[in-house]
Design a binder for this molecule. Structure first.
Ligand code: ARG
Length: 461
C-alpha cells in the first residue's frame, strides 16, 4: 500500500482496518473500462480547452489505452489494497507516464467520476438484459404459436375456472415481458445523462466543455445541476425496480412451472438437462431451476430495498454511503441475467403434455359459465341462468357426472329451454373458440395477439 493521494492533510497513516473497510476495489474494479473511457474523454476535453497541454493530454490518453489493454490481456492485475478503481487507474497512469498523469484529475472529482462510471456501466448492461428479455419473449411466442389449440384450464384461486389455451396463458407472460422491456427503455433514457463536470458538488472554475465530453461518450444530454449530478442514484433505483418487477414475473411463471411438472398436474415435463435429481429419492426429478429463480427474486428485491434505504436519509451531495450502491445494483443485474439465461433454454426444451391439460380442463365444471351463457342467448336473464347452472353442477357432483355427461332429461327437468344443442355449446372446444373477443383465448384472437406483440417487440428493441 503506497502513500495516500490525500496524505498531505494527515499526520498519520490510515489504520489498516479502515483501509480495508473503506476500499471498494473488490467490487468496483468491474467498472475499469468505463473509468478509463471516461478519463480518456475528460483528458481529450481538457486538452482541447487548453486546460492542460495538448501534448500531455495525448500522453495521458496513450497511457490510459495501455492500461486498458493490459487489464484486458491479464497483464495488469488490480491492486487489492487500492482504495477504488478510480484511484487505481490514476496511480497506475502516473506510474507509467510520470507527471502528466497527475494532471488528469484537473477539474474533476471522484464524486462526478464515479457518477459517470456507474451510469456508463449500467448503460452497457441494460441492452444485455433487454436482449435476454426479448429472447424469452420470442421463445414464448414461438411456443404459443405451436399451442393455439392446446386447451387447458384457466384458474382463479388455483381452482379450475374457465377453459383457455396454453398459447393464451403463455401470451399473458409475453405482455408482462413487453412492459418490462418498456421499463428498461425508460430507465435507459434517464441513465444516459452525463454528470462529469459536476466536480465534487459545485462544478469547477476551469473553462470545461461538458457538451464535448457528453458527445465523446455518446450520452444524450448533460446533468443540469452539479449537486444533483453527484447525488443522484435514482437511475440505479429505477433499474433495480425494473429488474425486481421482471424477476417477479419470472418468479410467478416459475411457480406455475413447479406446479405444472408435479404429478398432480403433469402439464409439462422438463428436459433432463434442466431438471435435477434427489440424493436419496431415486424417482425424483426436481424443478430446481424454477425454484432458484423464485428464491433469487427475493435477492433482487433486497437489492432494491438496499438502494432505497441507503439513499433515504442522505443530505446533499455525495456521502460515502453511496459507495454501497454498486454491490446492490451489480447483484440485481447479475442475478437477473443469470436467471434469464437459464430460464430461456429450460422453457425452450420443456415438453408440453396436451392430453393432460385437456383432461384437467374436462374436469372441474370449467364450462359452467358457458352453460349459463347458453340460456342467456336463449333469452333468460343471466342471474336466473347462473342459478340454474349452479343447481346442475350440484346434480352432477351428486351423480358423479360432468355437464357433458349429464343426461338431457336432467337439464330439461330444471329448465325446459335446454335442448340437445347444449352439449355442443358447452364442449371445451366451443368454449374456447367462442371467446374470440380481442384479448381472448380463441385461436384467432391469440394469433392476432401474437402478431401485435411481435410488432410491439420490434418497437421496443
Ligand atoms: N469509491 C467511491 C464510491 O464508490 C468513489 C467516490 C469517492 N468519493 C469520496 N468523496 N470519497 O462511491
Amino acid at each position: 500500500m503506497g502513500t495516500k493521494m490525500w496524505a498531505g492533510r494527515f499526520t498519520k497513516e490510515t489504520d489498516e482496518r479502515v483501509n480495508d473497510f473503506n476500499s471498494s476495489i473488490s467490487f468496483d474494479a468491474r467498472m475499469y473500462k468505463q473509468d478509463i473511457e471516461g478519463s480518456i474523454a475528460h483528458a481529450t476535453m481538457l486538452g482541447e480547452c487548453g486546460i492542460i497541454d495538448k501534448g500531455e493530454s495525448a500522453k495521458i490518453i496513450e497511457g490510459l489505452k495501455g492500461i486498458l489493454a493490459d487489464i484486458e490481456s491479464g497483464e495488469l492485475r488490480f491492486d487489492p489494497t487500492a482504495e477504488d478503481i478510480h484511484m487505481f487507474n490514476e496511480a497506475e497512469l502516473t506510474a507509467r507516464i510520470g507527471d502528466a498523469g497527475k494532471r488528469l484529475h484537473t477539474a474533476r472529482s471522484r464524486n462526478d467520476q464515479v457518477a459517470l462510471d456507474i451510469r456508463m456501466y449500467l448503460r452497457d448492461e441494460i441492452p444485455v438484459i433487454k436482449a435476454l428479455t426479448a429472447e424469452l419473449t420470442e421463445t414464448l411466442m414461438k411456443l404459443a404459436e405451436k399451442n393455439l389449440t392446446t386447451v387447458m384450464p384457466g384458474y382463479t384461486h388455483l381452482q379450475r375456472a374457465q377453459p383457455i389455451t396454453l398459447a393464451h396463458h403463455l401470451m399473458a407472460y409475453v405482455q408482462m415481458l413487453l412492459r418490462d422491456l418498456g421499463r428498461l427503455n425508460d430507465t435507459y433514457k434517464r441513465t444516459n445523462i452525463m454528470p462529469l463536470g459536476s466536480g465534487a458538488l459545485a462544478s469547477t472554475t476551469y473553462p470545461i466543455n461538458r457538451q464535448r465530453v457528453c458527445e465523446l461518450l455518446g450520452f444524450d444530454d448533460i446533468t443540469q445541476n452539479s449537486l444533483d449530478g453527484v447525488s443522484d442514484r435514482d437511475f440505479c433505483i429505477e433499474l433495480a425496480s425494473a429488474l425486481s418487477i421482471l424477476m417477479m414475473h419470472l418468479s410467478r411463471f416459475s411457480e406455475e412451472i413447479v406446479l405444472w411438472c408435479s404429478w398432480e398436474f403433469k402439464f409439462i415435463e422438463l428436459d433432463d438437462a434442466y431438471a435435477t435429481g434427489s440424493s436419496i429419492m431415486p424417482q425424483k426429478k426436481n424443478p430446481d431451476v424454477t425454484e432458484l429463480i423464485r428464491g433469487k427474486t427475493g435477492r433482487v428485491y433486497g437489492d432494491l430495498t438496499t438502494l432505497l434505504t441507503m439513499m433515504k436519509g442522505l443530505s446533499l451531495a455525495y456521502n460515502k454511503d453511496m459507495q454501497e450502491d454498486k454491490e446492490a445494483v451489480f447483484d440485481a443485474i447479475d442475478t437477473t441475467k443469470l436467471c434469464l439465461t437459464t430460464f430461456i433454454p429450460m422453457i425452450d426444451t420443456m415438453k408440453v403434455l396436451p392430453e393432460n391439460m385437456r383432461a384437467a380442463a374436462a374436469k372441474g365444471f370449467i364450462n359452467a359459465t358457458d352453460c349459463a351463457d347458453y340460456l342467456v342467448k336463449k333469452g333468460l336473464p343471466f342471474r336466473d341462468a347462473y342459478k340454474i347452472t349452479g343447481t346442475l353442477v350440484h346434480t352432477c357432483i351428486e351423480k358423479g357426472l360432468t355437464l357433458e355427461t349429464l343426461p338431457i332429461e336432467d337439464y330439461k327437468a330444471l329448465c325446459d329451454t335446454f335442448g340437445e344443442d347444449v352439449y355442443e355449446a358447452i364442449s371445451l372446444e366451443t368454449c374456447v373458440m367462442q371467446r374470440k373477443a380481442a384479448g381472448g383465448p380463441a385461436p384467432e384472437s391469440v394469433k392476432a395477439q401474437i402478431d401485435h406483440s411481435r410488432k410491439a417487440l420490434e418497437a421496443l428493441r
